[in-house]
Design a protein around this ligand. Structure first.
Ligand code: 5GP
Length: 215
């Protein structure tokens, strides 16, 4: 039985999602991040294999045909995909995994992994997103405009997520994220599988565990 939890984090560009996740990972070594493949060109600060695996469109197409991806989508004119092998391997060995993907990918994964936890990070305002993208100084004006337009659409999908974090104050948002993760680790099935010996002593059977409505 696997007992790793899969967290799907979605947010419009410029919401501060990457900084939040980075801070979260720095303080919690039990969580791994799934590094996506993308056909987008690396930004000046990005390194291959660190933020993304940067690949060509032909490589991406081949990986799609080989069913490498758990989900894939076109976002802002580039292709992105999540490795199924990486996620499954982590979950099978009881490790928690975060994927940082768009709403299309989030919907695709939720259908295949109904126990996954979807978290949407909301910006305090669209103006704040615009300011952050300009400050980041890594995208052209055209890209910023494109991403701002997409942000208006993306926030509509927040209603599909189990949890919502508003990144108005970084520390508060980080604390909210940590609480969501902690609460998820305390769900019945996760606890039962992790503490199987105790549960067996208490007379709980594998069927009881599998029957639990909540993972
Ligand atoms: P960026 O190019 O700014 O790093 O990311 C652009 C968008 O692509 C973000 O919304 C990000 O969450 C999304 N994204 C990154 N990796 C994946 C992925 O593997 N699958 C999907 N569906 N979206 C992704």
């Amino acid at each position: 039985m696997n007992y790793g939890n899969l967290f799907i984090i979605t947010a419009p560009s410029g919401t501060g999602k990457s900084s939040l996740i980075k801070a979260l990972l720095n303080s919690d070594s039990s969580i791994s991040i799934s590094i996506s493949h993308t056909t987008r060109k690396p930004r000046s600060s990005e390194k291959n294999g660190q933020e993304y695996h940067f690949i060509t469109i032909d490589e991406f197409k081949k990986m799609c045909n080989d069913n490498v991806f758990l989900e894939h989508a076109e976002v802002h004119g580039n292709f992105y995909g999540t490795s199924k092998y990486f996620i499954d391997k982590k979950l099978e060995t009881g490790q928690d995994v975060i994927t940082e993907i768009d709403w299309q990918g989030s919907q695709q994964i939720k259908l295949q992994y109904p126990d996954s936890i979807r978290i949407f990070i909301l910006p305090p305002s669209f103006e704040e997103i615009r300011k952050r993208m300009i400050q980041r100084a890594q995208d052209t004006q055209e890209t910023i405009n494109k991403r701002l337009l997409a942000a208006y659409k993306e926030v509509k999908y927040a209603k599909d997520c189990e949890y919502l974090v508003i990144n108005k104050d970084f520390d508060k948002a980080l604390s909210d994220l940590r609480h969501i993760i902690k609460a998820t680790k305390l769900r019945y099935k996760t606890q039962a599988i992790k503490n199987l010996e105790l549960f067996t002593k208490l007379g709980v059977t594998n069927n009881d565990i599998n029957d639990s409505i909540y993972k």
